[in-house]
Design a protein around this ligand. Structure first.
Ligand code: NDP
Ligand code: MG
Length: 389
């Protein structure tokens, strides 16, 4: 640790062993004068967590699984790094006095409780965990407003919108276009999708990401989740959000203002840029990320999305339209469906069936409170598992 850390930004990374987490650590490593690391957390990747902790010397770490606690504690004891275990510890460590910004890079519904806890303690959020806003965007954004907390988007599309809005916060948005790569199955028919394998779905053309979001990208659910995420991040009406397929993933998204002008943010697909922008806002830190060369991309192309073939996208728009706890149901059913697909228990197209049935069967609540969301998540998981088995 350096002598004077008061003017640095002190960071907690939830999910440090994942795709976003490891790239965030690269950003921190490249900018030791800007950032100070306070917390690292993982669910089951104990060895990588230990390795990261020995290298970055955070104040404390959290390991999710009980049975790995002793291993991590023994490895970090001599360094004086505190070790905690379990989901409740995650909720507590984010409130540590030393922390300025919490990067939520863990995956799924598990992000909701620690994110709310961090906001409650007045910590700014660099939000990668889009599921948090999909499940309970109203509660999360209301609390952030009340606590004066900023939510900086990490998702590349939302970072793009956010970057386009700098200097424009007083100008109303007419609409936004979220760009979508279309994933590995762009242009395929339902007959073709019926036969796709897990290995094919896990190969994204432009991005390297964790397994869950890679499957979501292949099914277009990721874009559906992002539409809901955008609604809450930017306070938009449903009809102000549009999706356009852009296979090269160079334009990361677009804002259209009331005078008709459009601003887009572009660059090579590399998550380190949005991660760094969220952590260092409002500053742009000098980086050696590869630069875009126009001649490598003589054509940037655009297509209409196809929600008839990629039904998950239609289901997400339906959940957005219905509101209430429907996006929470969508998310929970999707998490169960993706997990089952990754375990070869259901086919690619069956994932949409599971989600659709869950959305029809779980009781709808128009104005859910926090415990309604918790109950909805649990009920949906139970039902979705029943449908599968
Ligand atoms: P990964 O699967 O690569 O990493 C997930 C991280 O969360 C790991 O550190 C994992 O620990 C931890 N984790 C998993 N389950 C739990 C749990 N139940 N409780 C606590 N921690 C848990 O995911 P990604 O990095 O790809 O994605 C993280 C989030 O960022 C997701 O919400 C995703 O949608 C979003 N995002 C990701 C992008 C990307 O490029 N990867 C782009 C935009 C958004 P362990 O390693 O021990 O399992
Ligand atoms: Mg994205």
């Amino acid at each position: 640790m350096s002598e004077n850390t008061a003017d640095k930004r002190h960071i907690a990374i939830l999910g440090s062993t994942g795709s976003i987490g490891t790239q965030a650590l690269e950003v921190l490593e490249a900018n030791p004068d800007v950032f100070e690391l306070e917390v690292l957390t993982a669910h089951s990747s104990a060895d990588l967590l230990i390795e990261q902790a020995l290298k970055f010397k955070p104040n404390c770490v959290v390991i999710g699984k009980e049975e790995l606690f002793k291993k991590v504690q023994d490895a970090l004891f001599d360094e004086g790094i505190k070790v905690f275990v379990g989901a409740d510890s995650l909720v507590q460590v984010v409130q540590m006095d030393e922390i300025d910004v919490v990067l939520t890079a863990l995956v799924g519904y598990a992000g909701l409780r620690p994110t709310l806890s961090a906001i409650e303690a007045g910590k700014h959020i660099a939000l990668a965990n889009k599921e948090t806003l999909v499940v309970a965007g109203d509660i999360v954004t209301d609390l952030a407003k009340k606590k004066g907390v900023n939510i900086y988007p990490v998702d590349s599309e939302h970072s793009a919108i956010f970057q386009c809005l700098v200097g424009e916060f007083h100008n109303p948005i007419e609409k936004i276009y979220l760009t979508a790569s279309g994933g590995p199955f762009r242009g395929q028919t339902r007959e073709q999708l019926a036969l796709v394998t897990k290995a094919q779905a896990l190969k994204h053309p432009n991005w390297e990401m964790g397994a869950k979001i890679t499957i979501d990208s292949a099914s277009m659910m990721n874009k559906g989740l992002e539409v809901i995420e955008a609604k809450w991040l930017f306070g938009l009406k449903n009809e102000q959000i549009d999706v356009i397929v852009h296979p090269q993933s160079i334009i990361h998204s677009i804002v259209q203002f009331e005078d008709g002008s459009m601003k887009a943010q572009m660059g090579l697909p590399d998550m380190k840029l949005p991660i760094q922008y969220a952590l260092a806002f409002p500053n742009r830190l000098k980086s050696d990320f590869p630069r875009f060369n126009f001649l490598d991309y003589p054509q940037l192309t655009f297509e209409q999305p196809d929600p008839k073939t990629f039904r998950n996208l239609a289901l997400a728009f339906e959940a957005l339209k219905q509101g209430g706890n429907q996006p929470c149901i969508l998310n929970a059913a999707n998490e169960i469906a993706v997990d089952a697909f990754l375990k070869d228990k259901v086919s690619f197209l069956q994932m949409s069936d599971i989600i659709e049935q869950s959305m029809q069967k779980v009781s709808f609540i128009k104005k859910p409170n926090y415990s309604d969301y918790v109950a909805t998540d649990a009920e949906t998981r139970r039902l979705a598992l029943e449908i599968i088995n």
